[in-house]
Design a protein around this ligand. Structure first.
Ligand code: HEC
Ligand code: HEC
Length: 509
């Protein structure tokens, strides 16, 4: 179990690969595939496969390596010759270059790593040759697969995106991807892939999770060729060149950042001081003006019960305060609005913010997973059925709601089109000083985030989480003295990153 967790950690911490930055693939670059691989190439490919790929894809290429059960989507079973990321027409095999590219870049949003930095080009070509031996389709093919021709590109414009939006409804992309593209369409809960496993439609607003990258050309190819093995069909029959570009443009118009890259992680969540009332409604225009901070979440795999495939993969947080209260707005995507129902055995959706009860001096902090015997934490938790609750914890199994009379926080939460928006409010200073953190400006306060998707069976310790970050309530007038702690935090953050990288490297050696 330990090594499985380590592999998982390694995967989750692997930065997303370079599909997105590139202008399409560079076919036929140096070291093109050998026309007919020599027995030596196949032998070499097999050796490399056994060293780097077998733990996930299985010795027989059946996708059943020892790590497979912890991954969703599962590692590919190569025996059917079905490949998702192709430049070839619907129903056809991938080109050798397609296989080379996917091995090189990996598949964002899945356990499939990119191998560009680990294996040489020649080694990746040897793997292409070896992988093709797992399926008879390759040897049987009488002609090479036909490539999709990408016609003249229509540049992204408001008109083109609007036409794409119309097509998105007309040809029913929304049935799987949802009205606003968050993967929450009416058909989404029932979808399975060709191997019988449940599969989620992509959240079109998170292009950094697209399996084949998110360049305009990549999107064009996915629409034309479909994603083999998944329910995502080819639209080659209904979309000509122009319509395909309209849809590509619509999808790209949904992105918060036009680069399509994942939002940068900021170590310090800052709360800004505002004058006057803070709106309690999460939909108020006020919140559009507040700086957003983004935190990626991963499954809790440290303690039983573990969660290997969390549903919520990130939360956006905004924080403000006035002279009385602190307000935090949390926004996260969850494809279903789940409610707790003891009879049906279903759980609610929820999110929580964690602070230590006492801001510890120096670098000492409670264990991030709900505290430890020595240092307690406080949770501000909002649930889709239970609403707002303040809890205290000295460990994952020692989490208790506070008494009715000391519940001083309030919240308003909304769910729409696959997204939760919740504003939580708490007085800066409270009555229950023994159990509540008392917020002070100008200090670095550890903070962590949790989310639960009830319809994914997430409850209690089965959750998505972050480890500690920092929360900083900006003083009304910033002073120079705050620069030094900020610097220390940045250096500590850098150090953590280095340790994680080292861990990964030693794991891979
Ligand atoms: C940590 C687990 C893991 C390792 C190690 C791994 N893969 Fe994968 N691989 C996956 C998963 C998971 C998928 C399926 C992703 C999906 O279907 O969306 C996948 C899919 C693939 C695909 C299918 C691409 C497509 O277009 O459908 C190829 C090819 C592939 N892997 C090759 C390799 C090779 C070669 C190696 C070794 C160098 C390797 N993988 C190592 C997890 C892994
Ligand atoms: C029947 C359901 C279904 C329909 C209809 C559908 N999709 Fe998908 N789509 C999916 C699924 C499932 C995935 C995820 C595939 C995977 O993870 O391997 C996906 C993935 C995608 C991706 C991400 C590609 C990548 O590289 O990961 C894009 C973009 C996309 N769809 C756009 C569209 C558009 C635009 C339409 C309408 C023209 C559409 N889809 C129609 C089910 C559907």
């Amino acid at each position: 179990m330990r090594w499985a967790c380590l592999i998982l950690l390694m995967i989750l911490l692997t930065p997303s690969t370079g599909w997105g930055q590139e202008k399409g693939a560079s076919p036929g670059g140096a070291g093109a595939p050998p026309a007919a691989p020599s027995p030596q190439d196949l032998q070499a490919g097999k050796r490399i496969y056994q060293k780097w790929c077998m733990n996930c894809h299985g010795a027989q290429g059946d996708g059943a390596g020892p790590a497979a059960d912890f991954l969703r989507p599962r590692p590919r079973d190569f025996r059917q010759g079905l490949f998702k990321i192709r430049t070839t027409q619907s129903g056809q095999l991938p080109s050798d270059q397609d296989l080379f590219n996917v091995i090189t870049k990996g598949m964002p949003g899945t356990g499939m790593p990119g191998w560009e930095k680990v294996l040489t080009e020649a080694e990746r070509w040897q793997l292409v040759s070896y992988l093709k031996t797992f399926s008879r389709r390759f040897a049987r093919a009488s002609a090479p697969p036909e490539p999709i021709r990408i016609g003249t590109q229509l540049p992204l414009s408001a008109d083109s995106a609007a036409e794409g939006k119309r097509l998105f409804r007309e040809i029913e992309c929304f049935k799987c991807h949802g009205d606003e593209g968050r993967g929450d369409g009416p058909s989404a809960p029932e979808l399975t892939d060709d191997w019988g496993a449940p599969i989620r439609p992509a959240n079109l607003r998170k292009p950094w999770t697209f399996r084949g990258g998110h360049t305009p050309e990549a999107l064009y190819l996915r629409l034309q060729s479909g994603i083999a093995g998944s329910p995502m069909p080819s639209f080659a029959d209904s979309l000509d060149n122009e319509k395909t570009w309209h849809l590509v443009n619509y999808v790209m118009s949904l992105w918060q950042d036009s680069s399509g890259n994942n939002p940068p992680l900021q170590v310090v969540l800052k709360a800004r001081r505002v004058e006057g009332e803070i709106p309690a409604q999460p939909g108020e225009a006020f919140w559009q003006d507040q700086e957003p901070f983004y935190y990626p979440l991963v499954g809790q795999v440290i303690r039983e019960p573990r969660l290997f495939v969390p549903s919520v993969d990130g939360v956006q947080v905004q924080a403000v305060y006035n002279d009385r209260e602190l307000a935090l707005r949390l926004v996260w995507d969850d494809p279903t609005n789940s409610k707790a129902d003891a009879e049906q055995g279903t759980f609610e959706d929820a999110a929580a913010i964690e602070f230590p009860v006492q801001v510890p001096p120096g670098a000492k902090r409670p264990f991030f997973l709900m505290g430890d015997a020595e240092l307690a934490v406080q949770l501000l938790r909002w649930g889709s059925s239970s609403g707002m609750t303040e809890l205290n914890g000295n460990g994952l199994d020692k989490l208790q709601p506070q008494s009715e009379s000391s519940q001083e926080s309030t919240a308003v939460g909304e769910f729409q089109n696959g997204q939760y928006q919740v504003v939580m409010k708490r007085p800066l200073r409270t009555v229950n000083t023994a159990q509540d953190i008392q917020f002070e400006t100008g200090r670095f306060i550890p903070v962590a985030f949790f989310a639960w998707d009830g319809s994914n069976g997430e409850t209690g310790g089965k959750m998505a989480l972050t480890s500690w970050f920092y929360f900083f309530i900006e003083p009304a007038l910033p002073k120079v003295t705050y620069v030094y702690p900020a610097l220390a935090v940045v250096i500590a953050g850098g150090l953590q990153w280095w340790v994680v990288r080292r861990l990964r490297q030693t794991k891979m050696d």
